[in-house]
Design a protein around this ligand. Structure first.
Ligand code: ATP
Ligand code: MG
Length: 289
């Protein structure tokens, strides 16, 4: 009997689509450009990818139509489906927050009492109000929430913001944070995977972890005079002990290490000052810890 493929649902067209495909490619999966197809299969891994609206992914995963899905944590919470987060994926980070007209001020969360809040996320907004013991009216709007205050439909909004540009364009300003979100991988809590699919999921998760680790790390190489090695090693924020190799020039050594990507620019001048030279920084494709 041929093995059944693991079915993964991702967003058909939107902010998550390219990044979801990219993370799968970083896992070594050979995936075609999808160009409007509803489903594609990876060539070198038993995985089918279904393209859906992100709002529909929770229910499809809950009911087992798809085994797993990638979507924003905000949609996971909003849709209240019987699904669980298996892995946080660290991309498409954004924040839901309360926005108010520039000429109005909310000093504290309590000032929301009695106000009308427009949002596409009534569940998350209501939870925020309940947590803060606030009574306010929620108006559910499916898009263009930002214009509702100028139309007199609402006093403030609760919407997703990343840069704040859309808020500014609509003469709104940020007030209180409500919910932080990132892309996550989810599975059903109602339907159990069979053992073959469980094995495939474990394999995929292992690859995703390795790809995420690699994305945040870089391989650094440099030469250092032997007398400066101790000083140079102290500067390197390496996960494990750096490798020190001898060189043909007996007065110098080569030092190799894996460091968190964001640390490079912070340490490069210190390394040079300590005597390091020929500093190279290389990307890492995969990292098995
Ligand atoms: P669909 O047609 O699939 O329903 P949509 O319009 O609901 O799409 P998008 O705007 O593509 O959704 O956003 C998808 C997800 O990306 C959001 O649920 C959220 O998790 C994340 N996201 C939304 N806006 C931003 C943003 N400005 N910056 C980063 N991530 C965002
Ligand atoms: Mg949607």
């Amino acid at each position: 009997m041929s093995q059944e493929n693991l079915k993964l649902a991702i967003q058909k067209k939107g902010r998550l689509t390219e990044k979801s495909l990219q993370i799968l490619r970083n896992c070594g999966l050979d995936i075609d450009n999808y160009s409007d197809r509803l489903m594609i299969s990876a060539r070198n891994f038993p995985l089918d990818i279904l393209f859906l609206r992100d709002d529909d992914i929770p229910e499809y995963v809950q009911d087992g139509v798809a085994d797993i899905g990638i979507l924003g944590e905000n949609v996971v919470v909003e849709k209240k489906a019987n699904i669980e987060i298996v892995k946080k994926l660290g991309f498409s980070r954004c924040e839901l927050l309360i926005g108010v007209p520039e000429n109005k001020t909310l000093n504290e969360v309590k000032d929301l009492n009695g106000k009308t809040i427009a949002t596409s996320y009534p569940v998350i907004t209501q939870k925020f109000l309940d947590d803060n013991k606030i009574t306010a009216k929620i108006v559910e709007i499916s898009g263009s929430v930002e214009i509702t205050t100028s139309l007199g439909v609402s006093d403030c909004i609760c919407d997703i913001v990343s840069t704040g540009n859309t808020l500014r364009m609509n003469k709104l300003k940020k007030s209180f944070p409500v919910f932080k979100s990132e892309a996550v991988l989810v599975a059903s809590k109602s339907v159990e995977l069979n053992s073959e699919k469980n094995q495939l999921l474990a394999d995929l998760l292992k690859r995703i972890s390795s790809a995420l680790n690699a994305k945040h790390s870089k391989y650094i190489m440099m030469n250092s005079p032997k007398d400066s090695v101790e000083k140079v090693l102290q500067i390197i924020p390496s996960l494990k002990s750096p490798t020190v190799l001898s060189l043909a020039d007996e007065k110098s050594v080569a030092i190799h290490a894996v460091i968190p990507s964001e640390k490079f620019w912070k340490i490069v001048d210190e390394l040079k000052a300590a005597g390091a030279s020929g500093i190279l920084l290389l990307p890492i494709e995969n990292m098995i810890l």
